[in-house]
Design a protein around this ligand. Sequence first.
Ligand code: GAF
Length: 380
Amino acid sequence: MSRQDLVTKAYQAYFGQAPELVCHGPGRVNLIGEHTDYNGGFVFPAAINFGTDIAASLRDDRQVNVRALDFDNQLVSFSLDQIEFDEVHTWSNYIRGVLIALLQDYPEIKGVDFVVSGNVPQGAGLSSSASFEIAVLKCFASLNNLPLTGVQAALKGQQAENEFVGCSCGIMDQLISAMGKKDQAMLLDCRSLEFKHSSLPEGFNLFIVNSNVKRGLVDSEYNLRREQCEEAAKAMGLESLRDANLAQLESDKDKMSDVAYLRARHVISENDRTLAMCDALNNGETAKVSELMRASHMSMKDDFAITTSQIDFLVETIHQELGDQGGVRMTGGGFGGCVVALVPDNLVDKIKATIEAKYQAETGLKESIFICTAEQGAFA
Ligand code: GAF
């Protein structure tokens, strides 16, 4: 049964009628441009065929009732007039957070009954939370007939994370979940919020491997990276690292801590790589793509310090097999999660077999491999 059918059936069972609407927010994979978004820089993600599905109907009052199929069918109910942080059903804070943000612009909206379920692996760096936020925003906007754009929805999702959930994330995940396009990646300028889509090369696969490393301290380490980047920008007298170049960083090196210098070196060089990667993909320069993804990974490992031994092992193993016929790097916030590779058709089976033969033996963990497609965003 498709996930859309699953939520539809569950809605019927719990609320005793067919839902008015079924909607979807996709997860994402980032091809390059990591930890650049909150520095006003460039990212190059694609929305993927994993996501969150919701079946819903509008209510006549201000009540919200939601059943979470992936959390033992838990029921959470609250009024739009009194939204508080939920220490018990913590998954519901994503809903509460986006609704607080939505109510700031649309205070008169009505409540909704809904059922939700998703298949983005949680904590794997594929944006399960952004897909949830965007699906909820799409659902409330559609049922209440709100003129909410994809960019506005993304900003509300980010606001929920920053101000309610407590993660100082950037805008990438929500914006690609809202505005991704089928079979395309999206170059996004996280300062202007302008974006352009770019076809993924034919004959290549979005090959994703989940290391299944249990991530710890993710939010605190993430927030710390953000502070270190801000320290570097401030030391250079800049509003954000987007305005810096490597020559300037070298000349200002003594004005900041060694750690801030390394973090800034990653961000500044990653911005350059992201623009170059978009061009290389458009021009069919596979060897260049390979080189840029490799440099991105090494920079995340050595300068930004967000990879793990298991992730590095996966990247090395795939890199050995791929040579310059494709690219591979860690994707997402880091400290575990997934590796993304662009793999030509003729190498997919071989690389799969190699990982299956080596990863668990080396790390004691069993990987999950997904061959993904790029999909349409919820507001695109
Ligand atoms: C997480 C964040 F949510 C994004 O905003 C981004 O910073 C990413 O990590 C790293 O590139 O997914």
